[in-house]
Design a protein around this ligand. Structure first.
Ligand SMILES: [Zn+2]
Length: 487
């Protein structure tokens, strides 16, 4: 299995440190607002990487922090006249809620910066002792000069960086590249006790200390958005290298940025969307399908028009699965002349899906295989006139669901979009005693066919009227009649 490593600029065979185990860390959000969909793309990409590694049999320990102390949080708190802790709590909860809606699996460990100050203080003290950090007043800075391999994660040269660095005013840094490990508290700011006075940790400090504390260095995979490569990940790496003389991670993975109709997303351009806004109007599976049609390292172009298209694609996938299952139910055991073609399509989809995902999580290639399988299945239903080999039809439906589930797309969830009132209608008209809307629909359709066949028009009309009253229509599919919503 190949993973593109930002540090080496190439795809490398993935070899975990410990057999069968993957330790993975993805930088989490700063919790001061609902997250933009650009960030959601990053978290979704790593959710898929994690799911695929688990599918391959690895035990994945997945850690993701919440940056719950930061200038942005403090600014928002001041604007709204409440405490930084309140703002952080509100948006930590909001983030966790939106990730759940998006179907992103819970991390194994979710440390919060404000709860991990001890680990950070320990790391900073060690850096000071080793002359990799220095104290100025109540601030502590990391000395980039002291780190002989600074620049290796992002592939940058320290001398070039120094020429380009902005010289900040009112700073006592020894070098413009040095960055704050600990910041002295201004009045009214959240702060913690430290050997250098009241203060709070710098952003680069928290991830590094938490990785070391919870996972140990090096970890297998460190991920984040491409905008974190420099300086955030470079600075994290430098701290680990100087504090513990260990690399922070063996593989550095970065997700590409997101554009809106090929423009940069920004509040000033009026094209800024949060994940919550998108999920309030569209199913999470459609957003996931859209994101995964582009390789995670490439820029992803988002538009509501594309998202709309994905809603249609989802319907196509669901339709194929339910048609296959329906046809399988209608037929007694038999094989057909067309079985070999579909059997071949199943084998092809299985192996090519894995080959794509093994190639640096190529979800676009993997999805193309699923859609290829769906086309083959639809052709099979047409060619056989729904007189399918039931075992094969079921196997095709299961494979479509199984492959999509590896990518975190759950087709089953909404497979029964039929109203529960159908159960009552079927009880009344067919004597049904069960509780499944799908079964009820099937019984009603069977009864309608029987009534029509025996020219019992009043019985057929009663069923039709009952169905119509529930806002449903009968749709004639390749696999026979089905109920669907009338709109
Ligand atoms: Zn980080």
């Amino acid at each position: 299995m190949l993973i593109y490593n930002t540090r080496t600029h190439k795809k490398q065979e993935f070899e975990p440190i410990e057999q069968g185990k993957v330790r993975m860390y993805v930088c989490g959000p700063t919790v001061y607002d609902q997250i933009p969909i650009g960030n959601a793309r990053t978290f979704l990409s790593f959710d898929v990487s994690r799911r695929y590694l688990e599918h391959k049999g690895y035990e994945v320990i997945f850690a993701q922090n919440l940056t719950d102390v930061d200038d942005k949080i403090i600014n928002r708190a001041n604007e709204e006249g409440r405490s930084a802790a309140e703002v952080a709590e509100e948006y930590s909860d909001a983030f966790i809620e939106q990730m759940a809606r998006l179907g992103v699996a819970e991390p194994t460990i979710r440390p919060r910066a404000t709860q991990e100050i001890d680990a950070m203080l320990e790391m900073i003290e060690s850096l000071i002792e080793q002359d990799s950090a220095y104290v100025v007043g109540g601030d502590v800075y990391f000395s980039v000069r002291s780190c002989h391999n600074y620049g290796t994660v992002s592939g940058r040269n320290v001398d070039d960086l120094r020429v380009g660095a902005r010289v900040e005013e009112n700073t006592d840094k020894h070098d413009p590249l040095d960055f704050a490990l600990w910041k002295s508290a201004k009045p009214g700011e959240p702060s913690w006790k430290s050997p250098w006075g009241e203060g709070r940790p710098g952003w680069h400090t928290e991830c590094c200390a938490m990785i070391h504390h919870y996972l140990g260095c090096p970890i297998d995979i460190h991920g984040g958005g491409a905008d974190l490569v420099f300086p955030h990940h470079e600075n994290e790496s430098a701290q680990a290298s100087c504090a513990w003389h260990e690399p922070l991670a063996n593989y550095w993975m970065h997700a590409g940025m997101l554009t809106i109709n090929e423009d940069k997303m920004s509040k000033s351009l009026g094209n800024f969307y949060t994940l919550k806004e998108v999920l309030d109007s569209y199913p999470a599976e459609a957003l996931r399908l859209l994101a995964l049609q582009t390789h995670y390292r490439s820029p992803l172009d988002f538009s509501f028009q594309r998202l709309e298209g994905m809603v249609g694609s989802l319907e196509r996938l669901r339709g194929a699965v339910s048609n296959l299952r329906w046809a399988a139910e209608q037929t007694s055991e038999q094989s057909t002349d067309h079985d070999a073609t579909l059997e071949q399509a199943l084998e092809q989809a299985k192996s090519a899906f894995v080959a794509s995902m093994d190639d640096d999580f190529n979800t676009a290639g993997a999805l193309a295989e699923v859609f290829g399988l769906v086309s083959a299945a639809n052709s099979y239903l047409d060619a056989t006139g729904n007189s399918v080999n039931p075992e094969l039809a079921r196997a095709a439906a299961e494979l479509v669901c199984e492959l999509l589930a590896i990518l975190g797309i759950n087709l089953e969830q909404e497979s029964s979009a039929l109203p529960a009132e159908l159960v009552e209608l079927a009880a009344l008209l067919t004597g049904y005693t069960g509780e499944s809307a799908d079964e009820a629909a099937q019984l009603l359709l069977d009864k309608r066919s029987d009534a029509r066949a025996s020219k019992d028009w009043s019985a057929a009309d009663a069923i039709r009227d009952g169905i119509t009253a529930l806002g449903l229509v009968v749709e004639d599919t390749a696999a026979g009649p089905r109920l669907k919503s009338a709109e």
